[in-house]
Design a protein around this ligand. Sequence first.
Ligand code: ZN
Ligand code: ZN
Ligand code: ZN
Ligand code: ZN
Ligand code: ZN
Ligand code: ZN
Length: 239
Amino acid sequence: MATDALSERLSSKLHLQTKTVGEERIRRAKEKDDDVAFCTMFSMDGDPTFKCCLGKYCLIGDPKKTDPGTKKMEYKTRQWHEKCFCCVVCKNPIGTKSFIPREQEIYCAGCYEDKFATRCVKCNKIITSGGVTYKNEPWHRDCFTCSNCNTSLAGQRFTSRDDKPYCADCFGELFAKRCTACSKPITGIGGTRFISFEDRHWHNDCFICAGCKTSLVGRGFITDGDDIICPECAKMKLM
Ligand SMILES: [Zn+2]
Ligand SMILES: [Zn+2]
Ligand SMILES: [Zn+2]
Ligand SMILES: [Zn+2]
Ligand SMILES: [Zn+2]
Ligand SMILES: [Zn+2]
């Protein structure tokens, strides 16, 4: 009976990631300046409508304070004291530099990248340009390697076992069934068909009569100890 069970195992798919979410956002922040706040100075009359967005966390200590000559920052409908308009992580003032708003929080590009950029599951470093995704986890192309020989698997056929990826060669060497006749692995790659009989397996091409060497694929055969033989050779042997 021929079976293709192994070739099904080889269908693991690797998804190429073109861009990560964080990367795209950082690029936009760097290239465009729509996420830039306006800086103006409070006038002598102060500004009765002003309220610092940090509220009780206002760094000046009073969100309504509008000392003439000090500065305020405005972004969309929100306002801050100049000093209060800073990155939530590193607390460095943003000023009129570009920044990345996320919900109510303001990040400098560096901290945003640190916090939200995609990180490789292997080396934990940020993936800046096109990594790969395997089982929903991001990897650098160079980090996604065979668990046995460490060659890069990006763009290669590979298969996995216990969630670890292996190149086709290593997988064959380590885990595949071996052919009874030639003892090379039966990988199933390229749809190689093979013959299984009881506990033994053969490459299609190796499934031949031990006597006359003709192919036994699709024919009746007789086992003779470790050998398989065709009915004609079996008859000869009995005579
Ligand atoms: Zn403030
Ligand atoms: Zn920061
Ligand atoms: Zn990596
Ligand atoms: Zn390998
Ligand atoms: Zn073989
Ligand atoms: Zn024969």
